[in-house]
Design a protein around this ligand. Structure first.
Ligand code: NAP
Length: 454
């Protein structure tokens, strides 16, 4: 069955793609492996030169790449342009630092010398989501290629043009023809790719269900996985916080990428004395977000990426309201073409409601009032997820104590959670395992090899 790209701004079909046959998939993996066999012997200087060239290619055609994202998944164009810039930056970051991050390390032993090498492992399969269709791919690919690996990409079915353009970025930059290849396949074809003997490992960014399925296949084949899954990040506001800045940041953190970000703040956990003030400011800030055509530069909120995602979000909001949550803003789809959903604020959110228990992938803020800081930590941890968290207080020691107690892969104090090439990124609990970015990320897909000399 052909794969469709649908413009979420109006529901029209943009392009149809014929999925690759099994034979073409196998041949592509073999070609990628052949490229790896040469690439593994190139030096870091050459790899870095090409990755810097990829950054230049991205920047040279920034507008075209950004428009492709916006057309296929509805991201506001200014955010799409910023995403292209960030991809260029992560290429330059690893071009600069990979050699030092993977330099052999001397070790003490009973030999005359021992050391640890970090060698490439081969072709890595990347299964990626549509929400940051360039960034998710580049944050994996930049370190993986610098480490000497090759990659095949199974991108989300609604962003196939993005996948093909990313493939051509590496080609235009001068990388070996088959070192980075896109596979146009649907999810059902992934198990066969994982089982292919020339695929060494798998990284997946996406939902819990996809993560569990991919990890099970990889487990059967005894191949390593890194999983970056969903989140329902807490945003804790204590009574001594700068409530105005917290509320404004909260709205931005909730609405980034039209609320479709794994590390978007989703549950706003507020100490009782400032709950009313924070909520009123949050409603103002959410109301101020401009929902419009995502191709306009001043747009804050575009459509959701797919009709089914909009429908699911609406169901979650309705069920929360039916269970007693109070709707202060928005709450439903917009009566216009496309998959638009209004900026929404819910209060009186409690356990047992979808807005408390589940990930809400859209511009819906759930406010939960708590008694004190201990209660806030308990609510923050009362989730199957553990991706990011944000804590707002003027008391630095208290903030760091809370940071220690929060079950998440990252905690930001008085700021919104963001990914930064210099910091490890990833989750605990149902948010997955393994890390991307920084030294931790580049060391995920390497053979940590001990060399001992008598
Ligand atoms: P998704 O349905 O899991 O899709 C992600 C990717 O996995 C797509 O390429 C998809 O292909 C593929 N896929 C789906 N089911 C599969 C299966 N059973 N076997 C193999 N591959 C499968 O996720 P989504 O709804 O697009 O993305 C949103 C989710 O991703 C949210 O939960 C979000 O929090 C999470 N996310 C996490 C991070 C992070 O870094 N932790 C970052 C971004 C997003 P098809 O498109 O062909 O189905």
């Amino acid at each position: 069955m052909p794969v469709h790209s649908i413009n979420p701004s109006d529901g029209s079909v943009i392009e149809r793609f014929e999925p690759y046959s099994d034979a073409r998939v196998a041949a592509t993996i073999d070609a990628s492996h052949a490229a790896f066999a040469q690439w593994r012997d190139t030096g870091f200087d050459e790899r870095a030169r090409l990755l810097r060239a990829a950054a230049a290619v991205l920047r040279a055609r920034r507008r075209m790449h950004a428009e492709t994202m916006t057309r296929e998944m509805g991201k506001p164009i200014a955010q799409a342009e910023a995403e292209v810039d960030k991809c260029a930056l992560v290429c330059e970051y690893y071009a600069e630092h990979a050699a030092a991050m993977l330099a052999p390390e001397e070790a003490s032993s009973d030999g005359s010398r021992a050391y640890v090498r970090f060698d490439p492992i081969g072709v890595v399969l990347a299964v990626m989501p549509w929400n940051f269709p360039y960034w998710q791919v580049f944050r994996f690919a930049a370190p993986a290629l610098m480490a000497g690996n090759a990659a095949v990409l199974k991108h989300a079915s609604n962003v196939t043009r993005c996948a093909l353009q990313i493939e051509s970025v590496f080609r235009e930059a001068g990388f070996p023809e088959d070192l980075f290849r896109a596979l146009v396949i649907d999810a059902a074809a992934v198990p066969a790719v994982i089982a292919h003997p020339r695929v060494a490992a798998v990284t997946l960014t996406g939902s819990e269900a996809a993560g569990a399925s991919v990890a099970a296949c990889a487990g059967r084949a005894l191949k390593k996985t890194v999983l970056e899954l969903g989140g329902s990040d807490p945003f804790i506001v204590l009574a001594d916080a700068d409530v105005l800045v917290a509320a404004q940041t909260a709205a931005t953190a909730r609405c980034i990428n039209t609320g479709q970000s794994c590390i978007a703040a989703k549950r706003f956990i507020v100490e009782e004395p400032v709950a009313a003030e924070f909520t009123a400011l949050l409603v103002d800030a959410m109301r101020g977000k401009r929902l419009a055509d995502p191709m306009e530069h001043s747009t804050d909120l575009g459509p959701l990426a797919r009709a089914d995602l909009r429908d699911e979000l609406e169901t979650q909001v309705r069920a929360s309201v039916a269970a007693g949550a109070r709707l202060l803003l928005g709450g439903s789809r917009l009566e216009r073409p496309g998959f638009f959903f209004a900026a929404t604020v819910l209060t009186d959110v409690r356990k047992g409601m979808p807005a408390y228990d589940e990930e809400l992938f859209g511009p819906v803020a759930a406010v939960i009032t708590v008694r004190d800081a201990d209660d806030a930590v308990a609510v923050a941890n009362d989730t199957p997820y553990g991706l990011g968290a944000s804590v707002w207080t003027r008391d630095a020691r208290r903030a760091e104590d809370i940071a220690r107690r929060i079950e998440a892969g990252s905690v930001f104090v008085n700021g919104m959670v963001k990914s930064d090439p210099r910091l490890p990124f990833g989750g605990v609990k149902k948010s997955g395992y393994g890390r991307e970015l920084s030294r931790a990320g580049i060391r995920e897909f390497v053979n940590v090899k001990s060399v001992w000399i008598a």
